[in-house]
Write a protein that binds this ligand. Structure first.
Ligand SMILES: [Zn+2]
Length: 212
């Protein structure tokens, strides 16, 4: 699955739970970021294709790595509100005009609340774990071999793969993008639309590939 699709799945998971009403847009944003981060193990592609083949879909894609990622990212973001700070910098640098009514959405959280830390941890863990699971569902096709995920790395190198969607299939991307636009258009229906996005993906898998 591509980085953009992983991010949209992470955001969609939070929106489907309706959690942004209580915890703010920052929770969906950090979930979107967390859902892309297990691909850090693909960085060796910059210097060695052999090393890339060996560690990608292993080091960052295991459940233990996702757990550690959630611990670190939840601590940093719930403590220092990194998402809001970076957004404020982006707004300033790009000279984006924020409507008066949205100004309070960019207030930096000043007080660390352990409950917020817990919510952030569980959300980031869920988003991070969605990454290897989605990668296991999108694999192979068009003459390409399946690429199993080493979900229990470093304890085991056994691979997990259930290639429901072929690599490069744009159907899932179009569904996720379409529903995100629908959520922007009908904001009061965000939660049911986010849920509908996942149901549509399941329906697409059934119609396109006869899976499930
Ligand atoms: Zn991946």
């Amino acid at each position: 699955m591509t980085t953009l699709e992983h991010a949209m799945v992470g955001v969609d998971l939070v929106l489907a739970m309706g959690a942004t009403r209580r915890y703010g847009w920052q929770l969906a944003a950090i979930a979107g970021i967390a859902a892309t981060l297990p691909d850090w193990d693909g960085l060796p592609v910059l210097w060695s294709s052999r090393q890339f083949d060996r560690v990608h879909r292993a080091w960052g894609h295991g459940l233990l790595s996702c757990f550690l990622l959630a611990v670190v990212l939840a601590w940093i973001d719930s403590r220092y509100d990194l998402v809001t700070r970076l957004t404020r910098v982006g707004v300033r640098v790009l000279h984006v005009q924020i409507p008066e009514t949205w100004q309070n959405q960019l207030q930096i959280r000043k007080i660390f609340n352990p409950k917020i830390g817990g919510v952030w941890f569980l959300t980031i863990l869920m988003a991070a774990v969605s990454h290897p699971l989605c990668d296991a569902l999108v694999s192979g096709g068009r003459g390409l071999p399946d690429w199993p995920i080493q979900i229990f790395w470093p304890f085991s190198t056994c691979g997990l793969v259930w290639p429901v969607f072929h690599w490069g299939d744009v159907g899932v991307t179009l569904i996720l993008v379409g529903y995100l636009f629908a959520m922007l258009r009908w904001r009061s229906k965000t939660k049911p639309l986010a849920l509908a996005a996942f149901l549509s993906i399941a329906g697409y898998a059934f119609l396109r590939y006869g899976m499930f």
